[in-house]
Ligand binder design. Sequence first.
Ligand SMILES: [Zn+2]
Length: 241
Amino acid sequence: MELIEAPSPNFDARRAPPDMIVLHYTGMQTGEAAIARLRDPDAKVSAHYVVEEDGRVFRLVPEERRAWHAGRSFWKGELDCNAVSIGVEIVNPGHEFGYRPFPDVQVEAVTALLHDIRTRWEVPDARIIGHSDIAPDRKEDPGELFPWKRLAEAGHGLWAEPAPAPGAPLGVGDEGPGVFTLQAGLTRLGYDSAPSGQYEAHTANIVTAFQRHWRPERFDGIADGETRARLMALLRLAADS
Ligand SMILES: [Zn+2]
């Protein structure tokens, strides 16, 4: 695919081949400003790729190197997600500067880029995730407007829409085996959700991150029956992927 070279000095050595892809939004007023920052040695942040709203794709860091996009993070026990992932920044002002839908041409470019990356590296669908999945207490990107379902239909990432499931919602303050089972399921999917049986603020943040990704009609941190049914369906898919 056609790439625009825009090298960034912000990288170091990996310790393993990448087997994860982390999607972000840039969260700045313009794509140019975001690219400038990701190339600024003083900013000490970067990503492998930036995808503009018009579909142009910029390469900042070679895939063989460790870019600095994830920060403090956790997925499936991995604490250094930068070391094992490829970071893709998708231009969007984000929740701070006027969050807006991702244009079709941009989503198509992301899809083509993922296809391209996955011809070179072994990346399971269950390891194509958002920044908020790996840092749910501090991040909300790429957010609920990102079309994860469309991406999965194009062959990248997991998606499940099981039959509607009734069940009492669980939320902050609840405790017991239902909460434990929820936390255990979130842990199995990849989240940093050590089961305690207590639904505290951290659990609510993880449920919100899960919902932004897999149940975007509702992202309130309350694990209703539908949220839990989707989690269970995703776990079945993840086990096969
Ligand atoms: Zn991010």
